[in-house]
Design a protein around this ligand. Structure first.
Ligand code: HEM
Length: 428
C-alpha cells in the first residue's frame, strides 16, 4: 500500500530490507515508551506536542538571549566580542578570547558543493549554512514546530521534516535517562556521528564522510577506532528498519541522532539539523580517524585536512564531557572523562587542564596533550573559564555542523529540520 511518501531517496531492495530486520539492543531501557517497541509508531496528537514545548520554552529565554549575543559578537569579530565581554564582565576574560581567535586565524573553508555554487544558485539552506561556516553565525536555534501533523496524514507526507519529528522524539526517549541525564546510547550516538562523518579528508572528495557507511558497511565495525560502537550501530539498523520506508537515509539518521543526543544531554547545544544526505554502502577510507596515542600535531593536521581548525577541534573534544571510556583501558571500563558524564558541561575542560584529575576520572592521553598544545590551550582555557559554557556551546554547534556535512555534495538540496529537535535541557 502506498502511503504517499517519496521513498526514492532510499529505495532499498528486499535483500537490504531483510538485512536490517533487527531488534533494538536498547529496547529494555524504553520501558515506559510505547514508541520504542518495534512496529509502526503510534500517531501523536497536537495536545501531546504543545505542553512539551510550552513547558520548556519558558526556561529557554535567558539562555537564548545570552547565546545569541555571543553569536552576534563572534560573527562580527573580536571587536564586537570585546564589547560583549564589557557588557557582561563575568562572561569572559578578553585576553583569553583574543588568544583563542588568534589560534584560529585561518579563513574557514567551504565544503561540499558550497565550494563552487554561485550566490544566485544557492538555496536558502546553502546561504544559511555558508553564513554559519564562514561568517560565524550561530548554529544553534530554538525553532520548533507549532503543529505536527499526524504521522500517516497527507500533510505529514508533504512535509519532509514531519517524520523526523517522530523519529527525534523516539530517539530522545532512548537518550534521556530516568535521572534526566544522558544515557550510554546518547554517548554512543554522539561518537557515531563523529566516526561516520569524520572518515573523510579533502583528498577523498565525495568518498567517505557523513554517508551512513559506518552502519551500511560491516567492515567499518572491524576497525580499531570503532570499537565500542557495536550496540549503537545495531540501534541504527533497528531505526533504519523502522523508519527507512519513509525515505530517511542512514546518513541523516546518524547525524540527527547525534544532534538529538547532544540536546538531550543537559546543557548541550541545540544544533541546526539538516536532512537529505545520500547513503553509501562502500566502507569509508581507512586511517582517517584519530588514535588516542597520536601526537597532537598529527591530530591537528588530520582535522585540518577535514577543514576543521584548532579552535573547532578544541570545541569538538568537549564531546568527551559526556564520555565513558570502555575499551581504551579495559581495567577501568566505564570511567568517565570528567566527573559529570551525564551532562554536556565544560567541566571536562577544567579537569583536563588541571594538574591532577579526580580519582574517578580517566583522562585520554590525546585530550591531555591537545589541551597543552599552544594552538588549543587558549580555547581549553576559555571554555573552562567564566562564561565558558555559552562560548563552548556556540563553537561546538558550528564545528559539529561542519563535521556533519563532510563529504556531503548535495548541501544545496538539504532541508532544514531543526524544528524537530527536542528543546534544550537546562534542568535535570
Ligand atoms: C583527537 C580526537 C579524538 C580521539 C583520539 C578520541 C578518542 C576516543 C576514545 C579512545 C574514546 C573511548 C572509547 C572506549 O574506550 O570506549 C572516545 C569516546 C568518545 N568520544 Fe572521542 N575521540 C576524539 C574526538 C572525538 C570527537 C570529535 C567526538 C564528537 C564530536 C568524540 C566523541 C566521543 C564520545 C561521545 C565518546 C564516548 C563514547 C561512549 O561513552 O560510549 N570524540 N573517544
Amino acid at each position: 500500500m502506498s502511503l504517499g511518501y517519496d521513498i526514492s531517496t532510499s529505495a532499498r531492495s528486499k535483500a537490504e530490507e531483510s538485512r536490517y530486520s533487527v531488534s533494538s539492543p536498547y529496547t529494555h531501557s524504553c520501558h515506559s515508551f510505547q514508541s520504542c517497541r518495534p512496529g509502526p509508531p503510534p500517531p501523536l496528537s497536537f495536545s501531546c506536542v504543545r505542553p512539551w514545548y510550552r513547558k520548556t520554552l519558558s526556561h529557554l529565554q535567558p539562555a537564548t538571549m545570552r547565546a545569541s549575543s555571543i553569536a552576534t559578537a563572534l560573527a562580527g569579530g573580536i571587536t564586537m566580542l570585546s564589547a560583549a565581554v564589557q557588557a557582561d564582565p563575568g562572561m569572559m576574560n578578553s585576553s583569553v578570547l583574543e588568544a583563542l581567535h588568534e589560534a584560529d586565524r585561518r579563513p574557514q573553508e567551504l565544503i561540499g558543493d558550497l565550494q563552487w555554487l554561485r550566490p544566485r544558485q544557492m538555496s536558502p539552506v546553502s546561504h544559511l549554512i555558508r553564513s554559519i561556516l564562514v561568517d560565524g553565525f550561530d548554529a544553534q536555534s530554538n525553532e520548533h514546530y507549532q503543529y505536527v501533523p499526524p504521522l500517516r496524514s497527507a500533510a505529514c507526507a508533504r512535509d519532509t521534516c514531519c517524520v523526523w519529528w517522530y523519529i527525534a522524539k523516539e530517539m530522545s526517549q532512548l537518550f534521556r535517562g530516568t535521572d534526566g541525564q544522558c544515557t550510554d546510547a546518547a554517548r554512543g550516538a554522539i561518537r557515531t556521528g563523529f566516526h561516520d562523518a569524520g572518515a573523510w579528508s579533502k583528498t577523498t572528495g565525495d568518498f567517505g564522510g557523513a554517508d551512513g557507511s559506518i552502519v551500511h558497511a560491516p567492515e567499518e565495525m572491524l576497525r580499531r577506532p570503532n570499537k565500542g560502537l557495536q550496540e549503537i550501530v545495531q540501534q541504527y539498523k533497528f531505526w533504519y528498519d523502522r523508519w527507512g520506508h519513509f525515505g530517511v537515509s542512514m546518513a541523516d539518521l546518524i547525524q540527527m541522532g547525534a544532534n538529538v543526543a547532544t540536546v538531550v544531554c543537559p546543557l548541550g547545544p541545540r544544533i541546526r539539523s539538516f536532512v537529505g544526505r545520500r547513503d553509501n554502502f562502500k566502507p569509508a577510507p581507512d586511517g582517517l580517524l584519530p588514535s588516542p596515542f597520536d601526537p597532537p600535531d598529527k591530530v591537528i593536521a588530520m582535522f585540518r585536512a577535514k577543514t576543521i581548525q584548532p579552535l573547532s577541534l578544541a570545541a569538538l573534544l568537549g564531546a568527551h564531557s559526556t564520555s565513558r571510556q570502555r575499551f581504551f583501558n579495559p581495567a577501568r571500563a566505564g570511567a568517565p572523562q570528567d566527573s559529570t558524564p551525564g551532562v554536556c558541561d565544560v567541566l571536562f575542560y577544567r579537569q583536563t587542564l588541571a594538574a591532577r584529575s579526580p580519582p574517578d576520572v580517566f583522562r585520554l592521553p590525546s585530550d591531555v596533550v591537545l589541551a597543552e598544545h599552544p594552538l588549543l590551550f587558549p580555547a581549553f582555557k576559555a571554555f573552562a573559564g567564566p562564561g565558558g559554557q555559552a562560548l563552548w556551546a556556540h563553537e561546538y554547534a558550528r564545528a559539529y555542523l561542519r563535521l556533519s556535512l563532510l563529504g556531503v555534495f548535495n548541501i544545496n538540496n538539504l532541508t532544514d529540520c531543526t524544528r524537530v529537535l527536542p528543546p534544550r535541557t537546562l534542568k535535570w
